[in-house]
Design a protein around this ligand. Structure first.
Ligand SMILES: C[S@@+](CC[C@H](N)C(=O)[O-])C[C@H]1O[C@@H](n2cnc3c(N)ncnc32)[C@H](O)[C@@H]1O
Length: 339
């Protein structure tokens, strides 16, 4: 899944850095508390660690449940693979996604939105409604509910008419829009352990978790995540929010992250590290992030031994000439807390 700040291309770098400094990861307890698409947590899980994950986005919680908490499909009165089959064969139905996020459904309204084909929008509505009814009627557990939401979220990202985020839809259709939506069953990673997943603001959870390794991948620029992934949130929550504007965002004033604010990001991150009940803390950051990484390292040195590790990284956007504006560096700051 395409995601702002995704570490999918940095996995080897992260694995190498942690293995070199910490040692054998298997058998350790690792927390990834800004887990996003959960690719880093998945890597740690497949190396045999016990995982604790968290992110304040609901859709991330669904992904966490599927890939981190569950080691295999949950047992319910509806079998997981039968459920996928049923959902894939549902007739489309007009609902919130159709009426708000496709051209046909928004015709004649103040804003015409072009995120989905009408067929896919109706099928998303039908699938989401069906998953919700199964849950309400007690036919599926909460784990199965989020597992199916995760499969739906992944499928939706494959048919969305966007260039990467839901911050805007494309004016000229991408071919993805015309692919019929299809749920693909999750491939589970089994570490044989009880893994914990949370959907909280990190400040609400940091005192309640402990372990060997804390991996932190906070936002590194001023882009708040909720407006860029609003449709995935709405598909997970399916709560008919009072959306607004051309892109149909859901309100997110209660989810403004201090890690995206220049004057708040450094104290917020220091506060998390100070409170963390983990000795080994790895912070993924960027050399041109809103926190100056030298300043971050200098502050951390008051409570920890600090080392920097760099990975050359291509810039996310090119300038108007199509040239990369320079080299961004993906960095890991390793802070080993002193006792
Ligand atoms: C750089 S992304 C993490 C990317 C992730 N490592 C990946 O590879 O997909 C930062 C994440 O922090 C989350 N986030 C931002 N502020 C947060 C907060 N206060 N509490 C919990 N999560 C937060 C965002 O939702 C986003 O998913």
């Amino acid at each position: 899944m395409r995601y702002l700040g995704s570490k999918v291309k940095a996995l080897e770098f992260i694995k190498h850095t942690v293995s070199k400094t910490y040692g054998d990861i298997s058998g350790s307890t690792v927390a990834d508390l800004f887990s996003g698409t959960v690719v880093v947590a998945e890597m740690f899980k497949s190396l045999g660690a016990k995982l604790i994950t968290n992110d304040y986005m609901s859709f991330s919680y669904a992904l966490q449940l599927a890939k981190i908490k569950l080691n295999k499909e949950p047992c319910c009165s509806i079998n997981y693979y039968d459920a996928i089959n049923k959902l894939n064969n549902l007739q489309g139905e007009k609902g919130f996604i159709y009426y708000e996020y496709c051209l046909e459904g928004t015709k004649g309204k103040e804003f015409q939105r072009n995120y989905f084909s009408p067929e896919n929008a109706m099928r998303i509505d039908a699938m989401r409604k069906c998953i919700g009814s199964w849950k309400k009627e007690g036919k599926i557990s909460s784990d199965m509910f989020y597992l199916l939401c995760s499969d739906l979220v992944n499928a939706v990202t494959c048919v969305s008419n966007i260039s990467g985020t839901y911050g805007a839809f494309l004016k000229i259709d991408d071919q993805r829009k015309y692919k019929p939506i299809k749920l693909i069953p999750t491939i589970f990673i089994d570490n044989g352990l009880n893994n914990d997943c949370f959907n909280k603001d990190i400040f609400e959870i940091i005192d309640d978790v402990s372990g060997d390794i804390l991996y932190l991948d906070p936002p590194y620029n001023s882009r708040q995540y909720p407006p860029y992934y609003h449709i995935l949130e709405t598909i997970t929550d399916y709560d008919n929010p009072a959306i607004y504007g051309l892109t149909g965002r859901r309100p997110y004033q209660d989810k403004l992250s201090p890690f995206c604010m220049k004057d708040k990001a450094l104290p917020a991150l220091l506060n998390i590290v100070e409170r963390a009940r983990f000795k080994n803390i790895y912070i993924s950051y960027n050399t041109d992030g809103i926190i100056n990484y030298h300043e971050l390292g200098d502050q951390l040195k008051k409570i920890a031994d600090v080392n920097y590790f760099f990975m050359p990284f291509r810039r996310y956007k090119s300038n108007s000439n199509g040239n990369y504006k320079g080299k961004l560096k993906e960095i890991i700051i390793y802070a080993k807390k002193r006792d």
